[in-house]
Design a protein around this ligand. Structure first.
Ligand SMILES: [Zn+2]
Length: 132
């Protein structure tokens, strides 16, 4: 189980459990998205306080569940829901590709809805008390 979680998050060593718990406690599962319920910035993206700095919640989620974001990359919300931190709705793309990527969003998103079911079940297994 621990191995499985490490493989899925890729960042277990650098994250304290309390940060993971705090992060997930500021989210709720909707029909396919995992929405941020904490502070939002002026653009409607979630903010998460981590090690005395504020980070973008969707970027934090990507690093928590998927892995490190390469330098210069932006995290694209394929579902177009800025509050969404569902890792299966997030794609790491270089800035110049972000607009082009948006044009392919609909096709990619159809596939990602399937993996959203997996993400929700992984999320539920990680913190079952959050599923109400
Ligand atoms: Zn979403």
């Amino acid at each position: 189980m621990h191995y499985q979680r490490s493989r899925l998050t890729g960042t277990t060593k650098s994250l304290k459990k309390s940060d993971r718990v705090r992060f997930l406690e500021s989210t709720k599962i909707t029909h396919s998205c995992i929405e941020w319920t904490g502070n939002l910035n002026a653009f409607g993206y979630g903010r998460f306080g981590y090690e005395s700095v504020r980070v973008m919640a969707h970027r934090y989620s990507y690093e928590l569940f998927v892995g490190p974001i390469p330098n210069g990359n932006v995290i694209h919300n394929m579902c177009k829901n800025r509050k969404c931190v569902n890792p299966s709705h997030l794609a790491s793309v270089i800035q110049a590709e972000n607009l082009a990527e948006a044009q392919h969003t609909k096709e990619v998103y159809k596939e990602s809805v399937v993996s959203a079911v997996f993400a929700a079940s992984f999320y539920a297994a990680t913190l079952p008390e959050l599923v109400r």
